[in-house]
Design a protein around this ligand. Structure first.
Ligand code: SIN
Ligand code: FE2
Length: 225
């Protein structure tokens, strides 16, 4: 992963004093980390996740270049993001089940909308929620989210489970990256002039979360159409 000029982590990912209180950190002109924003909703989010996975289970997709992604993926909402040998795209059916993607549960929709409002993007109605599951060692290489038809709506990204190091770069792949540790309940929102910034996830360190065990779940909400 190329990311020139990366800063070292500013605090220990596994320290006992990891952030707990809700607060907002600005990481770009229109990009924010909403610390612990999802925490009050976790009790609703986990059953909603389970309901989606019963219909469309996690699976490891293949990149157009032929690599198997280390994060396992599912989706809910009208459209789901997929990758295979023919490319990256959104589909209205789950290629594994042949059925429509599961509807987006209210708890997920409401969280995405509330986080968007908090970050200054009122009116966001996502039609796609990608769900990524990382176990220790899994990562997401630096990329831009650009399979959507328009870029006028933000990306809302929710973290649950074990910590991860989020890389937040610029509009060029070679731009320096901020290293942003993300914890259970944190939400990152980026839009406007920041919408196409490169981002990724460093290979997760071994850890165990009291509710989720040895995994990190990420919900990424977008308006695809
Ligand atoms: C993504 O960019 O698709 C996922 C980011 C994350 O897991 O936080
Ligand atoms: Fe992304």
């Amino acid at each position: 992963m190329r990311c020139k000029g990366s800063e070292p982590a500013t605090f220990d990912l596994f320290a006992d004093d990891a952030p707990q209180a809700p607060r907002t950190e600005q990481i770009g002109p229109r990009s924010f980390v909403l610390r612990s924003f999802a925490l009050p909703r976790v009790e609703q989010l986990l059953p909603a996740l389970q309901q989606v996975l019963n219909q469309s289970p996690f699976r490891h997709m293949i990149t157009p270049g032929g690599f198997t992604m280390s994060a396992a993926l599912s989706s809910c909402g009208r459209l789901g993001w997929v990758t295979d040998r023919s490319g990256y795209r959104y589909t209205d059916t789950d290629p594994q089940t042949g059925q429509p993607w599961p509807a987006m549960p209210d708890a997920l929709m409401q969280l995405a909308q509330a986080a968007a409002i908090e970050a200054g993007f009122p009116g966001f109605i996502p039609d796609a929620c990608l769900i990524n599951r990382y176990v220790p060692g899994a990562k997401m290489s630096l990329h831009q989210d650009k399979n959507e038809q328009r870029y006028e709506w933000p990306v809302v990204s929710v973290s649950l489970g074990i910590p991860a190091m989020f890389l937040f770069g610029g509009d060029q792949r070679t731009d320096p990256c901020q290293r942003v540790p993300l914890f259970h309940g944190d939400v990152v929102v980026w839009g406007g002039e920041d919408r196409l910034r490169y981002h990724g996830i460093v290979a997760l360190k071994q850890a165990e979360h009291p509710l989720l065990g040895e995994q990190r779940i990420n919900f990424t909400f977008r308006r695809a159409e």
